[in-house]
Design a protein around this ligand. Structure first.
Ligand SMILES: [Fe+2]
Length: 125
């Protein structure tokens, strides 16, 4: 498993996959008869501060928060902590707040996923 999360999305039907080991040949991972698009974190033209996870260290944990609306049509679907040997994903529904607690692991990466603005990430210091 890699430390970077690999998320691919179908441009046609919107299916999203969390890829454990990415395809290294040219065929890609296919859905609706076309290669699924690899999402690049922090690349969508949208407000950085509303999408990138922020965290506060409290003893041996971090409290992660995304300062984003949680409306029916537009919300943070999940937050995921990634290290070299673990992925810990917390999913949300509209109306909930995009907050989660994780163990404090220096150099881990926290991702967030907005249903409209895609994938975002920050590194834990
Ligand atoms: Fe958004």
């Amino acid at each position: 498993m890699e430390k970077e999360l690999v998320i691919r999305k179908c441009k046609s039907c919107g299916a999203i996959v969390n890829v454990l080991e990415d395809c290294n040949c040219k065929c890609g991972i296919t859905c609706c008869e076309q290669p699924m698009e690899k999402l690049i974190p922090n690349s969508v033209d949208a407000a950085f501060e509303k999408h990138v996870p922020t965290y506060e260290k409290v003893e041996d944990e971090i409290c992660v928060k995304v300062n984003h609306v949680m409306e029916e049509e537009h919300y943070i679907e999940w937050i995921c902590l990634v290290t070299e040997n673990r992925q810990c994903m917390v999913k949300f529904k509209p109306g909930e707040s995009a907050e989660a607690k994780f163990p404090y692991i220096p150099k881990s990466i926290i991702y967030s996923y907005c249903n409209k603005h895609g994938l975002w990430k920050t590194e834990v210091n």
